[in-house]
Ligand binder design. Structure first.
Ligand code: FAD
Ligand code: NAI
Length: 513
């Protein structure tokens, strides 16, 4: 009836109005809070010094959840920001601007209850026996003092990993990696350089083909996501502004194994491969790159009959995404600890993330081996676990101190007062037992997500005790909303949403900075 309809519309309007008000209120509060950091407690020399290496997924998740008033916290990292890596492939083509996925570490630390020292430096060595971290300022501007020693009581190593090249000649000199902001900027520049050079007056046809051949080595999620983003850039923007490259621009994904995305389910691998075919991205599986020169790669291709053939593939842009390797500082630490003698892939840690063979060093993220894949999801959960562990340890220490005082006091008292103290001691002991019940680290896998281009994504998502595999445009919308909600701060979320909208309406910027 019209009356009922009116009531329904009125309720709908009220709900929308209240939600809008709540949204505006929340955003206003977030912005106010961001701009008004509170007074912070000073470091207390009586407390233990906790040194944290790195400002990536593991270390920042730890810092976010840590009660910093319990320790003197010192952070050492050459990168003074946190980087939301899942959206880094989108920065290579300008779908997202790199600053939108960076969160300054100073903002994060300034909002902690007690002051945290931050040094923009690279840890060059960890002396396990002396409990000292050596740090060096490797930035462009250096002061008179550019090297320092930082003693620690507790140390968290969260330095991540570097790019694996397997010693293949020419990779470092001629290829681009995709791990840091600088890598994404370099790729963005090179894509446009290749396009502009290919359209240079009287460029020979063969050279045009070479310059416009974009080769991605490594069919893991990094390589797949980048290939998808690059083909989108070509289809949606480059073709419009530089139509003469239509027949020559070509993206190839080279993978040594028989298929791409080995960590996804079989049906999603097939879906990705067929989508790439539709998008005209060439997948070359069973092709292992052995050598790289400035203009071509040499790869060993396995033929259908099992024999191997060496092939030369010319390229204009080469993006190398073949996974992780150990950082030298981690390798060096491993050589100092006999229990790490057999470790190969990283610092071996126990179920509490303590580096095996040590008592006061913990490992998080890609530099540690805890039987999980080296992902942001794992690193973030490990960091949050360590924060819980350290917060608990601090509470335990405080209660143990109190217990010592109470025991000393009850020895010198008698009668009712003594009984009261004994009651307090029992209460503290109960508290201590409860707190000490913190279990070992348990990883909860939420699923794997990857963008595959043309507004499609693939997702293997854990659902209760099962798994849901899906691919397509709906999954892409899920991918977008999931990553938007996972961005570090409200500021990042707003900037990313703005970048997406900007790219949709005005296209990506094709200027070469
Ligand atoms: P990082 O995040 O790499 O941080 C390492 C930190 O240590 C950095 O701050 C670095 O500057 C610092 N550091 C380096 N050397 C030193 C030193 N000597 N001394 C002190 N500090 C040092 N995972 C997912 O789960 N989902 C995704 O969608 C996803 N997408 C990705 C996309 C890309 C392009 C890449 C490259 C990775 C992606 N990952 C994803 C993987 C994820 O980013 C890593 O697993 C995660 O970053 C590991 O966290 P971490 O803290 O160990 O290391
Ligand atoms: P990866 O280790 O997952 O894949 C690298 C691929 O390169 C492998 O398939 C390997 O066979 C191939 N390869 C190695 N050497 C080669 C050669 N010489 N020639 C041809 N192919 C060669 O590496 P990636 O993609 O960099 O990922 C690193 C980690 O980050 C993984 O744990 C991954 O799960 C995680 N990640 C997750 C993402 C997501 O969930 N969306 C996105 C990006 C990374």
């Amino acid at each position: 009836t019209p009356k009922k309809r009116f009531r329904f519309l009125r309720t709908l309007w009220r709900v929308t109005y209240i939600s809008l008000l709540a949204g505006v209120g929340y955003t206003a509060y977030t912005v106010w809070e961001l701009n008004h950091p509170p007074e912070q407690l000073d470091p207390d020399p009586k407390k233990k010094t906790l040194v944290i290496l790195g400002t990536g997924w593991g270390s920042v998740s730890l810092l976010k959840n840590l009660d910093t008033e319990n320790y003197n916290v010192v952070v050492v990292s050459p990168r003074n920001y946190f980087l939301f890596t899942p959206l880094l492939p989108s920065c290579t083509t300008g779908t997202i601007e790199h600053r939108s996925i960076m969160e300054p570490i100073r903002n994060i630390l300034r909002h902690k209850k007690a002051k945290v020292s931050y040094y923009e430096a690279e840890c060059t060595k960890i002396d396990y026996a002396k409990k000292i971290v050596y740090a060096k300022d490797n930035s462009e501007i250096k002061g008179d003092n550019m090297e320092t020693e930082i003693p620690f009581d507790m140390l968290v190593v969260g330095v991540g990993a570097e790019n694996a090249t397997f010693g293949i000649p020419g990779v470092r000199e001629h290829g681009c990696f995709l791990k840091e902001v600088g890598d994404a900027q370099k790729i963005r520049k090179r894509i446009m350089d290749c396009v502009e050079t290919a359209t240079f007056k009287d460029q020979p046809a063969e050279e045009v083909k070479r310059l416009l051949h974009m080769v991605v080595v490594g069919g893991g999620p990094t390589g797949v996501e980048f290939a998808g983003e690059l083909q989108d850039f070509f289809q949606e923007d480059l073709l419009k502004w530089v139509p003469q490259i239509r027949d020559d621009f070509h993206v190839s994904l080279v993978e040594a194994l028989p298929n791409v995305l080995p960590m996804f389910s079989k049906q999603l691998i097939e879906y990705t491969e067929s989508s790439f075919k539709e998008e005209h991205i060439e997948i070359r599986t069973k092709t292992m790159v052995k050598n790289v020169t400035d203009k071509f790669i040499e790869a060993e291709v396995q033929q259908p009959d099992g024999t191997k053939k060496l092939e030369t593939i010319p390229y204009g842009l080469l993006v190398w995404a073949t996974g992780n390797a150990l950082r030298p500082v981690v390798k060096d630490l491993m050589t100092q600890i006999p229990a790490q003698a057999k470790a190969r892939r990283g610092l071996e840690v126990n179920e509490y993330l303590v580096v095996n063979g040590t008592e006061n060093i913990w490992g998080v993220g890609d530099c540690a081996v805890a039987n999980y894949a080296p992902t942001a999801q794992v690193a973030a959960q490990e960091g949050a676990f360590l924060a819980r562990l350290f917060n608990t340890m601090a509470k335990t220490d405080a209660i143990e101190d109190e217990l010592r005082d109470l025991s000393a006091k009850q020895a010198t008292t008698a009668g009712d007062e003594r009984n009261a103290i004994l009651g307090e001691i029992r209460e503290r002991q109960r508290q201590l037992r409860r707190i000490k019940q913190i279990g070992p680290f348990q990883y909860s896998h939420q699923g794997s997500l990857a963008y595959i281009g043309a507004e499609k994504a693939v997702a293997d998502v854990s659902w209760f005790s099962g798994n849901i595999a899906s691919g397509g445009t709906l999954t892409y919308l899920f991918w977008k909303s999931a990553y938007l909600s996972m961005c570090f701060s409200a500021r990042n979320r707003i900037l990313v949403a703005f970048d997406w909208t900007k790219a949709k309406f005005f296209g990506r910027d094709v200027s070469r900075e």
